[in-house]
Structure formats: structure tokens, C-alpha cells
Write a protein that binds this ligand. Structure first.
Ligand SMILES: Cc1cc2nc3c(=O)[nH]c(=O)nc-3n(C[C@H](O)[C@H](O)[C@H](O)COP(=O)(O)OP(=O)(O)OC[C@H]3O[C@@H](n4cnc5c(N)ncnc54)[C@H](O)[C@@H]3O)c2cc1C
Length: 565
């Protein structure tokens, strides 16, 4: 399947797309011609510039020289070309110099890039998300000083949350922001695993950082609230006291330096309200979680594409004098279809999430706003997690299609597999996403996200009246109601399988839409086939996840004996 046409078709039939294009002139620019043009040139750039960078980076990696990070040689030229091509801020608001196109189209371009170099994609995502954050919370002076550079790519951004004792548990941060007698702020502490914590691609970096702050006039305490800062790496030509202590050696994403950073009294600007840092940072985190799903999709879609092409060439088996191509074997066909059945519904679900988030921002209709916000919130932990699982899982299954060749570096799938492994870890682990959807969304008073999803899914399910999907939705509602009624410990124990179940029915929803949108053209028939395949075993997949969710507390109750020996 042609990737550009496939993405364009997905966008056109994605839930909320038409309503979104009607919200503003800038969204309405996304005509089929414009989409084809943007995706076509993004694809060419990715193949010509990023694929070679990807291969080189895997061997070279980034280096720490005299305290500064040196990226892979081809990276700087690729970054500059990427920014000049206008891809960095396609979906940023026109108010800050972006094009104001729909986020889903920005995600589609990100997918085109990530298909050929996921590590490259680690750089623009915090810039884009950081620009939204600064736009939302910085005062005029900080906006004027930092937004133009972020928009044109001469300034980079990081998200600085993690610390040695504060990974999933952000409350345990030790980094502190301290107000000086002249009213300015300085930040001191250690942050770890910071992607692009330093680099040689941009002149300056805006570190968007969480730190504890003591209320005015009080002594510091570990219980102090968390505030949000912009910490410049360099300002007025002077480097800030920020040290890169180490670059981590890691499994994949070698063009993306993962840094341990020391902030040694670095000058900083408070963003927004003191004590509301984490809540505010969610403007950035939301975009980054969506982008994590996109990266998984990109790895998966590229791996599937390679597997299809390989299976059409590789000859083994058969009964005639010449071996047949392996895509003639029913088992290999089933393997290939299973790849598409995971990739295509995920792509549609990512666009559905992006459209819901955009509609919540742009619509003037209060009812649509509330419904869209709830739906986006419900889908986000699903696409973040599924993206990671599908990226790694499809890469692994595509290696199986290629046999021995897939395991070698001659093909880029093994690199994709390594790159994708972290996607269920960073930006909040699967466990954290599971608690988000189960404890904070399903069990919230009114469960608005759950109901918004059910409303949309039932409407589309009714169009195809598929027995398996109907059964899966019934299993999902029964399990949801049981977990709403359960005690908190039982709900928490079952949260990860519940997230799986929510992913099964969410992708089932999109599969139903792909089936319902089938026409006479080959592309829509192919997408419908992927949808049919995904729906084929949806009921037992839902039943398994439901059983695991409902029995989790009981099953792990005996675990103490394992831990205590
Ligand atoms: C390549 C890479 C890039 C990264 N980039 C950045 C970055 O740019 N900025 C940044 O701030 N961070 C970054 N991170 C850090 C990443 O976000 C953290 O690794 C992640 O949030 C998990 O934290 P942790 O590693 O401390 O795991 P932990 O929090 O120690 O979790 C370990 C396990 O315990 C589980 N767990 C933890 N707490 C609970 C609980 N309360 N209930 C149930 N289960 C629990 C988790 O789900 C997980 O399975 C990056 C990490 C990597 C590997």
C-alpha cells in the first residue's frame, strides 16, 4: 500500500475530521491536494536525508566531548533542512508563527519522518510541545525571547522531569527552584534521562523543568509544591551553570542523546502559577504522549511494509519445480495480515485522538468541547501504550516473516525493534497509563471519557453490526462497571489488563469504521481487509483481557511468598 495515499485516506475518514476542518480557516487549509503535497515531500525528505542518518547513528551514536554533546555528523544539516522545509511547526498556532494545520496532519508528517529515523523525531517533539507550553504559561517577555527561536528551530527544548529518585513518582523530586533577593529564580538539582539534554543542533536550549519551590518566607521541605520553569542553556551569550554529567548507553535511539544533567544554580523563569507545575506541564506531556504513539506506529508501519515486500520476493517451498514466493503460504499470509490488522486501526485511533484534542481546543460549541475533551483524555493513555506495544510487537513479528534476514543489520527492522522498546517506558510507563485510565478516568465521577468513547464506538458498531465487536463491547462495559464498583486495590490491580481491554475495543471501533468505509477502490478494500482481520478475533481477545482485569487482585495475592522467599 502506498503510505502517502494510506495516510491521506485515514485522515479523510478519521472521526472528527470534517468537524475539525469547519472550526477555523487554518484547519480548513488541509485540503486533499495540500495533504498529498505535504506528505509526499516529507516522505522524500525522510528517505533521502533521515534513512542514511538512521543507519549512521546506530553505529556512531552521540559523544560527550569537553562537556558538550556532539550529535551524529549528518544530524545538523538534516535538522536545518527539516526546519527550513516548514515541518517543525505545521500544527502550531498561527498566533505564534505556526501554520495552524490540524494536529493529526502534524502527526502524519511525524510518522513519515519516524518511519526512517525515530531518533530524529525525538528532537522536534519537545520543541513543538514546548512552544505550546510557553505560549500557554509564559509572560510576554519570555514568549518574545523564546518562541520565535523554537518556531524556526534555532532554539531546542527539553522536558526535564525525571530524577534518580523521581521516575513515575514525580512528587519525590529534589531539584529546587529558589527565588533570589532580586526576585530572579535559580534552579539546583540533578535530572536524569533527559533526551537531547544537550546537543550541537541549535544555538540554545529551553529546558522546561519541574522543581520544588518553598512558599514565600518558608524553609524548604520535601513536601513543597512543584513549579514549572524555563531554564535557558545560554542567555545573552553566556552559558548557564548546567553540566552534562553523562550520556546513557542504551538499547536503541542512538541519534538521541539521553543525558544526566546537573543544574548548578542555573538562572530560570517561573512559568505560570507557583505550585501548579505538574498540572501546567500536561499541556506538553499530552502532545508528547501522542507523539510516542506516533513513533510506535511509524516503526510498525515501516516494518510491515518491509515484510510485505520481502514476502513477495523470497521463494521457499511449494510443489512445483520452482519454489513459490513465501506470501503464497497461508501461514505467511496470516502473519502479514496480522501486521496490518495492528497497524491500520492504530493509525486511525491516533488521528481520532488528535482530532478530539483539537476539537476541544477550537470548537465554540460547549457540548462538543466537553465531549471531545473527555474522549481525547480517554484515548490518550491507550494510544500512548498501544503505540509502544504495536511498534515493538509488529517489528518482532515482521522479523519472523523475514526469517534469518530480519535478525540481521542488513534490514532496518531489528533497529526499529530496539528503538521501539522504550516507548512503553518513557512519557509514563504502561503501569502509569493504566492507572490513569482506570483510576482517574473510568472511576472519576460521571466517567465522562468512558461514556464519550462508548457513545462514539456504539454508533459506528451499529453500522456494521459485527457479532464479535458487539460481544467485545458488552464484555468491556461489564468489566468497566465491575471495576467502577470494585474497591480501589482491586481496580488498581486490574488496571493494566483493563488498559489492554480498552485498547482492544478502541481499535475495534476504528476497525469497524474501516470496514464501513469500504468502497470499490483497492486502497479502501485493503484497509477494510485489515479491519475485518482485526475484528475476527476481537471477542476472545476482549474476554482474555477482561478475565485478567477481574482476576488480577486475586491472582497476585499469593505473590508475597515469591518476594519474601
Ligand atoms: C531513552 C529515554 C529517554 C527519556 N527521556 C526523558 C526526558 O526527556 N525527560 C524526562 O524527564 N524523562 C525522560 N526519561 C525518563 C522516563 O520518563 C522514565 O524512565 C519513566 O517515567 C519511568 O520512570 P523510572 O525509569 O524511574 O521507572 P520507575 O518509576 O522506577 O518504574 C519502574 C516500574 O515500576 C512501576 N511502578 C512505579 N511506580 C508504581 C506505582 N505507584 N504503582 C504501580 N507500578 C509502579 C512502573 O510502571 C515500572 O514498571 C527517558 C527515559 C529513557 C529510557
Amino acid at each position: 500500500m502506498d503510505i502517502t495515499a494510506t495516510i491521506a485516506r485515514h485522515l479523510a475518514i478519521s472521526p472528527g475530521w470534517d468537524a475539525l476542518l469547519a472550526t477555523s480557516e487554518s484547519c480548513a487549509q488541509a485540503s486533499p491536494d495540500m495533504i498529498a503535497e505535504i506528505l509526499g515531500s516529507a516522505g522524500r525528505f525522510a528517505v533521502e536525508r533521515l534513512a542514511p542518518l538512521n543507519a549512521a547513528a546506530d553505529v556512531t551514536g552521540c559523544r560527550l566531548v569537553d562537556g558538550r554533546v556532539i550529535t551524529v555528523p549528518e544530524h545538523k544539516a538534516a535538522w536545518e533542512e527539516f526546519c527550513q522545509g516548514g515541518w517543525l511547526m505545521l500544527d502550531a498556532s498561527p498566533e505564534i508563527g505556526g501554520m495552524g494545520l490540524p494536529t493529526a496532519l502534524g502527526n502524519a508528517v511525524q510518522e513519515m519522518m519516524d518511519r526512517h529515523c525515530p531518533a530524529f523525531g525525538m528532537m522536534p517533539v519537545p520543541s513543538r510541545a514546548g512552544a505550546r507550553l510557553i505560549h500557554a504559561f509564559a509572560d510576554d517577555g519570555v514568549r518574545e525571547a523564546w518562541l520565535p527561536g523554537l518556531i524556526d528551530g534555532t532554539i531546542g527544548a527539553t522536558i526535564c522531569i525525571s530524577e534518580p529518585d523521581a521516575g513515575s513518582d514525580v512528587r519525590r523530586l529534589r531539584t529546587r527552584g529558589e527565588k533570589q533577593t532580586d526576585g530572579a529564580w535559580r534552579v539546583t538539582g540533578e535530572k536524569c534521562w533527559i533526551s537531547f539534554g544537550d546537543q550541537d543542533l541549535t544555538g540554545a536550549i529551553a529546558h522546561l523543568l519541574l522543581a520544588k519551590t518553598a512558599p514565600e518566607g518558608q524553609a524548604p521541605s520535601p513536601k513543597d509544591p512543584i513549579s514549572l520553569f524555563l531554564v535557558p542553556s545560554v542567555e545573552h551569550g553566556e552559558r548557564a551553570p548546567i553540566v552534562v554529567r553523562r550520556i546513557e548507553e542504551k538499547l536503541g535511539l542512538h541519534a538521541s542523546p539521553t543525558c544526566v544533567m546537573g543544574f548548578e544554580g542555573a538562572p530560570a523563569y517561573l512559568l505560570g502559577e507557583m505550585g501548579r507545575g505538574l498540572q501546567q506541564l500536561f499541556v506538553m506531556i499530552t502532545n508528547m504522549r501522542l507523539a510516542t504513539g506516533v513513533m510506535g506506529l511509524a516503526v510498525a508501519s515501516r516494518a510491515a511494509e518491509i515484510a510485505y515486500a520481502y514476502a513477495a520476493e523470497r521463494r521457499q517451498g511449494g510443489h512445483g519445480p520452482q519454489a513459490v514466493t513465501i506470501n503464497e503460504h497461508a501461514d505467511v499470509r496470516a502473519q502479514l495480515l496480522a501486521l496490518s490488522a495492528r497497524v491500520e486501526p492504530l493509525r486511525g485511533l491516533i488521528f481520532a485522538t488528535a482530532n478530539a484534542a483539537d476539537l476541544a481546543r477550537f470548537t465554540d460549541d460547549a457540548g462538543v468541547k466537553a465531549q471531545s475533551e473527555a474522549l481525547a483524555g480517554w484515548l490518550l493513555p491507550i494510544v500512548k501504550t498501544l503505540g509502544g506495544e504495536v511498534g515493538f510487537g509488529v517489528a518482532s513479528d515482521a522479523i519472523q516473516v523475514l526469517g534469518g534476514a530480519g535478525y540481521t543489520r542488513e534490514w532496518p527492522i531489528e533497529q526499529g525493534l530496539r528503538d521501539a522498546r522504550v516507548l512503553t517506558v518513557f512519557e509514563g510507563t504502561t503501569g502509569m497509563q493504566a492507572q490513569d485510565i482506570t483510576l482517574r478516568r473510568l472511576r472519576a465521577p460521571g466517567a465522562a471519557g468512558y461514556h464519550a468513547f462508548l457513545h462514539a464506538a456504539r454508533e459506528d458498531a451499529a453500522k456494521i453490526n459485527h457479532a464479535g465487536l458487539n460481544e467485545a463491547l458488552a464484555t468491556f462495559t461489564a468489566t468497566s462497571e465491575a471495576l467502577i464498583a470494585a474497591d480501589p486495590a482491586t481496580a488498581e490491580a486490574g488496571s493494566t489488563p483493563f488498559l489492554t481491554l480498552a485498547g482492544v475495543v478502541a481499535t475495534g471501533w476504528i476497525a469497524a469504521r474501516l470496514v464501513a468505509a469500504e468502497g470499490d477502490d483497492p486502497l479502501s478494500r485493503q484497509l477494510a481487509a485489515a479491519g475485518h482481520y482485526a475484528l475476527g478475533d476481537i471477542a476472545p481477545r476482549a474476554a482474555l483481557a477482561a478475565a485478567q482485569a477481574l482476576m488480577a487482585a486475586e491472582r497476585v495475592a499469593g505473590f508475597g511468598v515469591m518476594v519474601e522467599g
